[in-house]
Design a protein around this ligand. Structure first.
Ligand SMILES: Nc1nc2c(ncn2[C@@H]2O[C@H](COP(=O)(O)OP(=O)(O)O)[C@@H](O)[C@H]2O)c(=O)[nH]1
Ligand SMILES: [Mg+2]
Length: 297
């Protein structure tokens, strides 16, 4: 990617990140395409950014450039700056085939960033063949990111054992690959054992796919090679098992749901205060009327 293209992309992404629902709907619709989407999620401090910065080069061996999106729940603006994560991905800064961007999740309902599907479509139209998306994963976010990516990595670190119980019905069931980062620290073996027992109990959601467990310390080369291979194996599996098709359908439903929910928020905020005092059923119908009125958008 030339510096000019980078600047153009940065402008496009900034515009998208701030676009309202109606602005986004007026954009030309691009196809779903075949850009690989890989989510990297896990608790704060688990080692996600460190891992991504090491994994990124390994993922570059094929054709096409690689984009990294860091969804930052704390950053107040969606500028091009990498903010807190800059430190962790510095080594990629001069890599011509890698583009890094942080996005604020702000008050986005699903804990991701507004217009993320459109941002991903834009990256695809700029010729990226793969996107790695870092996000802090818990609760709602886990489900939102699951719907958005083909392959989901869950990054945990030793000592996170006590969090496993809490995660059981959520992200642990949704992830395709478990990564134990900071495997140089005590407790890695115990975490492997716990993940193995979780894996046995996994329900139909992951039918036909047994999430591999990959250990990594400081993203050393050998484990990154293994992780990259497991990602490829999972990508191949989603294609063969037609999971890819299912994922695209799910993704479209999720996209419309998030647009509608944002639009409801916009409508409610635009209502005069008095309108909010109506009985709930009347208010509900008033919002529905607004939603159905295309002239209002
Ligand atoms: N000992 C050790 N520390 C690590 C490892 N990976 C990351 N860290 C450190 O853990 C902290 C959080 O890492 P970071 O990648 O920013 O985690 P994130 O919040 O999940 O993105 C940083 O201080 C890293 O240097 C690892 O494999 N071993
Ligand atoms: Mg990070």
């Amino acid at each position: 990617m030339t510096p000019d293209e980078r600047r153009r992309l940065a402008r496009v992404l900034s515009r998208l990140a701030d676009a309202s629902v109606s602005e986004v709907l007026r954009l030309p619709q691009s196809g779903d395409g075949h850009c690989r989407r890989i989510g990297v999620t896990g608790p704060p401090g688990a080692g996600k950014s460190t891992l991504i910065s090491r994994l990124a080069r390994r993922r570059l061996t094929g054709e096409g450039d690689l984009a990294i999106l860091v969804i930052d729940p704390t950053s107040p603006i969606s500028g091009g700056a990498i903010l807190g994560d800059r430190i962790r991905m510095e080594e990629l800064e001069n890599e011509e085939r890698i583009y890094i961007r942080s996005l604020a999740s702000r008050e986005s309902r699903d804990g991701l960033a507004d217009n993320l599907p459109d941002i991903l479509a834009a990256l695809q139209s700029f010729g990226f063949s793969e996107v790695l998306i870092e996000t802090v994963g818990a609760g709602q976010v886990a489900h939102a990111i699951r719907a958005l990516v083909d392959t989901l990595l869950l990054v945990l670190h030793p000592g996170a054992g006590d969090q496993i119980q809490a995660m059981k019905s959520g992200i642990l069931e949704l992830a395709d690959i478990y990564v134990i980062a900071k495997a140089d620290q005590p407790g890695a073996k115990e975490l492997v054992a716990e993940l193995r027992s979780v894996r046995k109990e996994r329900s139909v959601a992951g039918a036909g796919w047994r999430p591999p467990i990959v250990l990594s310390s400081h993203g050393e080369d050998e484990s990154m090679q293994k992780l990259a291979a497991e990602i490829d194996r999972h990508q191949a599996w989603t294609t063969v098992s037609e999971r890819w098709e299912d994922a695209r359908v799910l993704w479209r439903a999720q996209h419309v749901e998030s647009l509608l929910s944002r639009r409801v928020g916009e409508v409610l905020r635009a209502l005069p205060r008095d309108a909010l005092k109506q009985p709930i059923d009347e208010l509900y119908r008033a919002v529905l009327r607004e939603l159905a009125d295309p002239g209002a958008m």
